[in-house]
Structure formats: C-alpha cells, structure tokens
Design a binder for this molecule. Structure first.
Ligand code: 13P
Length: 383
C-alpha cells in the first residue's frame, strides 16, 4: 500500500482529538508479570488476557481513549468468544497501536546507560503488525540522569535509533510515537531535568529531520519536566507545567500534531494535575497536549480487580473515572470535584466500595502531599 503523509497525519490527529488520549497497555510479559505478582495474581497468558480485556471492554471508554498501545502477545490474543482483543478496540473506534522496540539494553562502554534495541527485522514486523490491525507504534528510549549522565553518546545513539524506527514506521503507513523518556529516578532538581530534556529533544528532532521523517505524521511522547523522585525540593504543579511547556516550545516544531506524555511513575492524581495545569496555560500552544499513560491509568484498576472476575465492574469503574479525569485534564477543565463524581448518568453503574475506598486513598495521599508541600514552600519563602 502506498503511504501518504496525509494518512499518517489523519491518524496522528485522531489520536489527539479533543479530550482524548492513549492508554499504554504494552508492558512486556516480564513487566506485566511483576505488576500482577504485586497483587498476588498468577501471570498466565489467560490472566494477562483477562487483565487487558478489562480495560478494552470498559463501557463508554471510547469517549476518553483514542488509542491503546499493546504488545506482541496481546495483538495475537482472542477472548473466550474468539474475538481478537484488537477487534474489541476497533469496534468502539479505538485505534490499536503496537510497541515495537525490544527493550532498553546496557549501552557498551557507557556504564549505567542504555540503548533501546529492535531495529533488526523491524520493517517486516511492522508489515505484519499492520495486517493485525496496528495503525501506530511506540518505541521508548530511556535516558538516566544524575550530575554527569546522560553522556552525549547515549543521547546520540538513542535519538538516532528513534529516528530510524520512525522512518521505517512511516514507510509502512504506521504513525510512530517517538518516546524519549528522561527518567524521574534520582535526586536531580527540576532545572537539571529541564537541561537534560532540552538536550534530548534537540537531538531527537535533529535526527528526525536528518532521516526525513514527516513531522506531521508523528506524535511525541516525552517526560514531563519534573523534580527527581528523591529531590528534596519538589517543584509545584504550576512550576512543572510552566517548565515543561517552555522546554517543549523550544524544541517541538508546530508541525507535530500532538504531544502525549508518559506518566513515568507519578501517582495518578499528580499526573492529572500536571497535564491540566499545562492545558490551562493561556498563550496558545501549537500542538495538542494529552496523555499516553500506563501506570497512572492502570494501577488503581488493577488493585481493585485483583484478578477476580467478581471485581471486573469495580476495576472498570475506576479506569473509567481515571480516564474521564485525564480527558478533562487534556482540555484543561479538570477539577478535584471530579474525583468524587459517581457515574450517576450510567445505567446500572453504582460506585463500588472499592471505588469509594480508592477515591478516599487518592484524596488522602496525593492531594494532601501537594497541599503540604506547597504550604511548606510558601512558609519558607515568607522567611
Ligand atoms: P507510564 O505512564 O507508566 O510511564 O508508561 C507509559 C509508557 O508507555 C512507557 O513506555
């Protein structure tokens, strides 16, 4: 099939249509096994299928989710009725996407750093994934930060591989999500995160240009510019929003239709607050800012489900509610009152005990932490 730049652009724009974002459900088997193990759920092909299916069949979810990224096992799986999992998505108008990298591997001669692999045979794998229904793809480059890392070598090789992947995707009429993740792990400040994110985005867009990737036919998936998890001085929600948007404006051409953030280990509410604050910035932005969250969309639902079909509705309610909040954040219209809203309008949907308990937990943990730290900062500033 002949690829046209306009096909790619149509798909990319559909993925970031108003108030919609992406569910990243593409954890590899070892990673999803770790998540299931943590909930005492045995990881089998069947339990992993049931877990993914919970998300894919959540009633009404297509109002907030434009696309779902899956991995090799899931794109080949069928439910007990013989329906392919990707067909469960396409029937609702949700676009299937596929993770195509084969993981971040230790980078030779660069202790503590990785390079993402998966270019060998990629052209043929993309052809097959497209016949299985994938219309977009993901490749994740991982950049570790400390006072001396990342090395120029690490940034260069990862940016180069991302662009090679992106060009191959476009040739196969698959929209590449270009994911360059500057990790949150570490004690670095938000300023250091901005400096490294600047360097990484600069390298990525240079490589995309050099390798003739059509910017109208990609989505960028970056980290938010944020303080390291162990940094004593945690930046406020507004600082994160302003710094992230400032950094993106410097490097992301207006031709790119959308930027879909990863959550990167932020708790769900914090990820929502940050996205919302960015979308409330008044000056017009040239691209859509939305989400492509994994953990922030899944973790609470996984906990509520616990591998028991009796809890399917509770898990789906939690996922629905979280996606609804993210959707509002993608429009800049999120309010904390939305966390408490029951889905009264939905026939047969009552908030389960688990849902209420999770909302209470969210309320106590993240909001309280945010308020406490902003009070502490105000007190420190006041002298
Ligand atoms: P998180 O939102 O959990 O960071 O995952 C997003 C993702 O797709 C990482 O590659």
């Amino acid at each position: 099939m002949k690829t046209t730049a306009s096909d790619l652009n149509t798909t990319a724009r559909a993925l970031v249509s108003d108030g919609k974002g992406i569910l990243a459900a593409d954890e590899t088997v070892p990673t999803v096994t770790k998540r299931l193990d943590a909930q005492d759920i045995e990881s089998t092909a069947d339990s992993r299928r049931a877990y993914r299916e919970m998300f894919f069949t959540t009633p009404g979810i297509a109002a907030f989710i434009s696309g779902v990224i899956v991995q090799d096992e899931t794109i080949r799986q069928k439910n007990p009725k013989g329906v392919a999992l990707v067909d469960l998505l396409t029937k609702q108008g949700i676009i299937p996407g596929i993770k195509v990298d084969t993981g971040a591997k230790p980078l030779a001669c660069a202790p503590g750093e990785t390079v993402t692999e998966g270019l060998d045979g990629l052209r043929d794998r993309l052809k097959e994934y497209r016949t299985l229904g994938a219309r977009f793809a993901k490749w994740r480059a991982v950049i570790a930060v400390n006072d001396t890392l990342p090395s120029a070598t690490c940034v260069h090789v990862n940016a180069h591989a991302l662009a090679r992947y992106a060009a191959l995707c476009q040739e196969e009429n698959v929209v590449p999500i270009v994911e360059a993740e500057v990790l949150m792990d570490g004690a670095h400040s938000i300023d250091r995160c901005e400096e490294v994110t600047d360097t990484v985005l600069n390298a990525v867009f240079n490589e995309l240009f050099d390798q003739r990737v059509s910017l109208e036919g990609i989505l960028l998936k970056p980290n938010m510019v944020i303080s390291g998890l162990e940094c004593v001085d945690q930046a406020s929600v507004n600082e994160v929003a302003e710094t992230t948007v400032r950094c993106l404006r410097r490097h992301v051409p207006a031709a790119v239709p959308g930027i879909v953030f990863l959550s990167g280990g932020q708790d769900p509410l914090t990820a929502t607050l940050h996205l919302n604050a960015m979308n409330q910035i008044e000056a017009p932005l040239p691209w859509k800012l939305s989400f492509s969250y994994g953990r922030a969309l899944q973790d609470e639902a996984l906990e509520a489900w616990g591998g028991d079909s009796k809890n399917l509705r509770a898990g789906q309610q939690i996922f629905f509610q979280r996606a609804k909040c993210e959707s509002a954040a993608a429009l800049g219209t999120y309010t904390s009152a939305m966390e408490k809203e029951a889905d009264r309008g939905k026939k047969g949907w009552r908030p389960s005990k688990v849902l209420s308990a999770t909302r209470d937990k969210i309320g106590r943990s993240s909001v309280a932490r945010k308020i406490q730290s902003s009070r502490k900062r105000r007190r420190a500033k006041a002298g």
